[in-house]
Design a protein around this ligand. Structure first.
Ligand SMILES: O=C(O)CCC(=O)C(=O)O
Ligand SMILES: [Fe+2]
Length: 320
C-alpha cells in the first residue's frame, strides 16, 4: 500500500442553489468513489465553530481525573479520554435534539456552570446541522435517481437523529516522523457525518487503491462523508469512506463532527427499487442498534485500529 499525498477536487454542494443535473453526476461519482464532498451556503455562521472550540478549552484543559467524571465509565458517558482512540484524541459527545441540555449536563457535572454560552452555541450549531443533514440526505436520494427523494425521504429518514462530537487533538510533542496518526482509519457508523476541522487540516480519505488523500479545510465549507448506515441502505451505491486524521505540526487540533443516524429500532434494508432490477442485494436486513453495538464491542480499547465495518456485519457473499 502506497501512502503518497495527491490533491483531489471534491465537488461542492451549494445549498443555496437548485441542484443541476450536471452537478448531480459529479456528486454521484464522488459519492461512489470517495464518499466525501463539500457543502457550502449551509447557513452555519463562519465564526460559530471557532467560538465553540475556544469555549470548549475550559473543559478540555481540566485535570484528567475531573474529566473522567464524564466517562467512559461514569453514568453520563459523554467523554472519551486520551489513549482510547489514540494517544492524542479526546472528545466530548453532545446528543440531540436537545443539544443544550446534553452539553449542560456535562458542564454541570464538571462544575463548569458558567459555560451556558457554550451550551447555547452547541444548541444552535446542532440545530443548524440538523437542517443541513436533512437537505443533504434529500440530495443523496436525488443522486440515486428515480425521484427517490420524493419517495423515500419521509418514510425512511424522518426519524433520524443527530449528535455532535467535539474533538480535541493534543499537539504531538516531538514529531520525528512526517506525521502522526491522531485518529486511525475508520468508517463512520452514521448515515452521513458533517465535519468542521480547524485550519491545521489533517483529515484524510482513503482511495480504493489504498492511497491517503487530504481533505483540506476550506473557509465557509463543511465536509460531508457518507457513513456505514447509508452505504448499507443504498446497497453500496454510496460509499462509506475510510478516513483518518493525521497531525502534522505541533499544534493542538480541533474539530467538530455531526453524525446523522437512523433511529435505533430501524431495520436497515435497501428498498427493492434502490437495489435495482437484476442487481444483487449486498446487505441482509439488520437492526440499527445491533450494528452500533457490534461496532462498540469491537472498538473497545482498540479504537486506533478499527477493522470492522458494516461489510463485516451484514454483507452477504463477501468477496475477498
Ligand atoms: O477530526 C476530524 O476531522 C474527523 C473526526 C472523525 O472522523 C470522527 O470523529 O469520526
Ligand atoms: Fe469519522
Amino acid at each position: 500500500m502506497t501512502k503518497e499525498q495527491l490533491p483531489v477536487h471534491l465537488p461542492v454542494l451549494d445549498l443555496a442553489q437548485p441542484v443541476e443535473m450536471s452537478f448531480l453526476s459529479s456528486l454521484s461519482r464522488a459519492c461512489h468513489e470517495w464518499g466525501f464532498f463539500y457543502v457550502t451556503n449551509h447557513g452555519v455562521p463562519d465564526d460559530i465553530f471557532s467560538t465553540i472550540c475556544s469555549l470548549s478549552k475550559a473543559i478540555f484543559s481540566l485535570p484528567p481525573e475531573l474529566k473522567l467524571k464524564l466517562g467512559p465509565d461514569s453514568g453520563i458517558k459523554s467523554y472519551t479520554p486520551r489513549f482510547i482512540a489514540s494517544p492524542y484524541f479526546e472528545s466530548l459527545l453532545v446528543s440531540g435534539s436537545d443539544f443544550y441540555s446534553s452539553a449542560k449536563a456535562s458542564s454541570d457535572e464538571l462544575g463548569c456552570e458558567h459555560l451556558s454560552d457554550l451550551c447555547d452555541l452547541l444548541q444552535e450549531y446542532g440545530t443548524r446541522m440538523t437542517v443541513v443533514a436533512k437537505k443533504v440526505i434529500e440530495v443523496l436520494l436525488k443522486v440515486l435517481g428515480n425521484e427517490f427523494e420524493v419517495k423515500f425521504t419521509e418514510p425512511e429518514f424522518s426519524h433520524c437523529h443527530g449528535y455532535l462530537r467535539l474533538i480535541n487533538y493534543a499537539s504531538p510533542e516531538m514529531v520525528t516522523e512526517k506525521e502522526v496518526e491522531g485518529l486511525g482509519m475508520h468508517t463512520d457508523m452514521s448515515c452521513i457525518s458533517i465535519v468542521c476541522q480547524d485550519e491545521s487540516g489533517g483529515l484524510q480519505m482513503r482511495s480504493n487503491e489504498g492511497n491517503w488523500l487530504n481533505v483540506e479545510p476550506r473557509k465557509g465549507y463543511l465536509v460531508v462523508n457518507i457513513g456505514d448506515l447509508m452505504q448499507a441502505w443504498s446497497n453500496g451505491r454510496l460509499r462509506s469512506a475510510e478516513h483518518r486524521v493525521v497531525l502534522r505540526r505541533p499544534v493542538n487540533r480541533h474539530s467538530l463532527a455531526f453524525f446523522w443516524c437512523f433511529e435505533d429500532e430501524k431495520v436497515i434494508l435497501a428498498p427493492d427499487e434502490v437495489v435495482g432490477k437484476g442487481n444483487v442485494r449486498l446487505y441482509r436486513p439488520f437492526l440499527c442498534c445491533k450494528y452500533l453495538r457490534f461496532r462498540e464491542s469491537n472498538e473497545e480499547g482498540k479504537f486506533e485500529k478499527i477493522a470492522y465495518t458494516v461489510n463485516d456485519f451484514a454483507r452477504v457473499n463477501i468477496q475477498h
